[in-house]
Design a protein around this ligand. Structure first.
Ligand code: GLN
Length: 495
């Protein structure tokens, strides 16, 4: 077995037994990264030397009996998390060359627990997108390919596409992502791996470049559900530096993996049967329900009457918050500055922002500014906030009848570069099954569960009550076991 074939849990065990050292494990992943990254562009910055130093330091800690729960585990970090001394771009030219003098809380906790960082993963600019194609550092190639069209360049999904592709290609054992409207669950589904967006407030947002603060949440990617549970335990926890982080104990999520779902009530939201849904997605969903029924769960039809408004609501709230958050990139405080001799401050702002932001970010800033403007605030932003409250209420009512909800993760498998790109609204439709969880603050897990007719992975999504990730993990591992998803992408370490 190659070191890149380990699951994260398997690597933790092998390191503990001394079957492999952190240095060997990291070397294998660094080699995989150096050979694959030029092809798939999953990482914007590769920190190979720092990783090898960190691996040796990890072996030394283990020798002293000080091994943490992620001791020696190679990870990729979405380039939206500030990492002390390592460039953090948010996928944007405006932050090119920005080297944070501090570490995000999530990454500092991963380091505290012994993880080794191999580099910063590519993403849609400021996490705005569903394809990774809005990155100022080039798109990411999905390591999977279509059976009948192997040359089509498939996207890994977005915005955390680099993180998902790096895990699927076996460059790393796990990665961090953030999910504002689906950016963990959609790329996980497109790349045939697992990924969870935890409850809003579960992980600290301190040191994560903000997109839409009331929706953003960090979470892990890995090749198994249990591996995600292990990572989440390290990432989660109260942080006085983020006033929206929840002061609650962090459970042992891995212990919930494999827990029986017997007697659990699983909701099937009627409104998620959308028009034009491909038959393979409907089939996978039904199959998922059968698997859970076979495992002793009870399937319950539910209604989320306002779910149909989730997408337009999201595409008002998210740009509104983004337009405000992105006002700080003014050429004065961070990153890029474009100015000319004799020009004034306003000119500095305009030149810097025109040169630094890509087209999708500019579109979002314009939409956000519009919906917040004096004349349109009531018609758009306030209305969207009201609908958001109704969407959250639908879920609260549903939790009286069910313990978890099963839905597809995405309305299709990975698409190719160029498909979906000429019409932004077409691209936004990708998020139809994911944005609801963010609007309501709920945990959502994507589990690889089957293949489409082209041999591409499809994901099922499990939603849970706020702060009940444990039930989500129990349902997720049940699906994972039943699906027995053993398919591998064509492009991966050792292939
Ligand atoms: N695709 C969605 C958007 O573009 C979600 C992105 C995200 O979750 N960061 O806003």
């Amino acid at each position: 077995m190659r070191p890149t074939d380990f699951t994260l849990a398997g690597a933790v065990a092998a390191l503990a037994e001394g079957a492999i050292s952190a240095e060997e494990l990291t070397r294998a992943h660094v080699d995989a990264t150096l050979s694959l990254n030029p092809k798939i562009n999953a990482l914007i910055t590769v920190t190979a030397e720092q990783a090898m130093d960190a691996a040796r330091a990890s072996d030394a800690r283990r020798a002293r009996g000080e091994a943490g729960p992620l001791e020696g585990i190679p990870l990729a970090i979405k380039d939206l998390f500030c990492t002390e001394g390592v460039q953090t771009t948010a996928g944007s030219k405006i932050l090119e060359g920005f080297v944070p003098p501090y570490e995000s809380t999530v990454t500092s906790q991963l380091k505290r627990d012994g993880a080794v960082f191999l580099g910063k993963a590519n993403l849609d600019e400021f996490a705005m997108g569903s394809s990774n194609l809005t990155s100022a550092y080039g798109g990411v190639l999905n390591p999977w390919s279509r059976r009948n069209d192997p040359d089509a360049r498939l996207v890994p999904g977005g915005s955390s596409g680099g993180s998902a592709a790096a895990v699927a290609a076996r460059m790393v054992l796990g990665a961090t992502g953030t999910d504002t409207g689906g950016s963990i669950r959609q790329p996980a589904a497109f790349c045939g791996i697992a990924g969870i967006k935890p409850t809003y407030g579960r992980c600290s947002r301190f040191g994560i470049v903000a997109y839409a603060s009331s929706l953003d949440q960090a979470g892990p990617f890995a090749r198994t559900v249990e591996d995600c549970a292990i990572l989440l335990r390290s990432m989660a926890g109260f942080d006085p530096k983020d006033s929206t982080s929840a002061d609650r104990p962090v459970p042992d999520f891995a212990a919930a993996c494999g827990r029986s779902v017997k007697g659990l009530r699983i909701g099937v939201p009627r409104e998620y049967h959308i028009d034009g849904m491909p038959p393979e997605i409907e089939r996978l969903w039904r199959q998922g329900l059968d698997w859970l029924r076979d495992a002793g769960a009870e399937i319950v039809d539910i209604s989320l009457p306002h779910a149909q408004y989730a997408l337009p609501t999201y595409y008002i709230v998210a740009p509104a918050e983004a337009s405000s958050n992105l006002a700080r990139y003014d050429g004065v405080r961070f990153g890029k500055r474009v100015t000319e001799a004799g020009s004034d401050l306003r000119d500095l702002y305009e030149r810097t922002r025109a040169a630094g932001f890509g087209p999708e970010v500019r579109r979002r800033i314009m939409i956000g500014t519009y919906v917040l403007s004096a004349g349109y605030y009531d018609a758009y932003y306030l209305k969207a906030q009201k609908v958001r409250a109704l969407i959250a209420r639908d879920f609260r009512e549903a939790w009286g009848k069910v313990d978890a909800i099963l839905a597809p993760a995405t309305p299709s498998a990975a698409f190719a570069e160029g498909e979906n790109s000429d019409d932004p609204v077409q691209m936004y439709l990708n998020d139809v099954f994911t944005v609801t969880a963010n609007l309501a603050g709920l945990p959502g897990l994507s589990v690889p569960a089957g293949l489409d007719p082209q041999g591409l992975p499809l994901g099922l999504q499990v939603l849970g009550r706020p702060f009940d990730e444990e039930t989500v993990f129990a349902v997720g591992t049940t699906l994972e076991r039943a699906a027995d998803f053993k398919h591998l992408p064509g492009m991966r370490a050792g292939a």
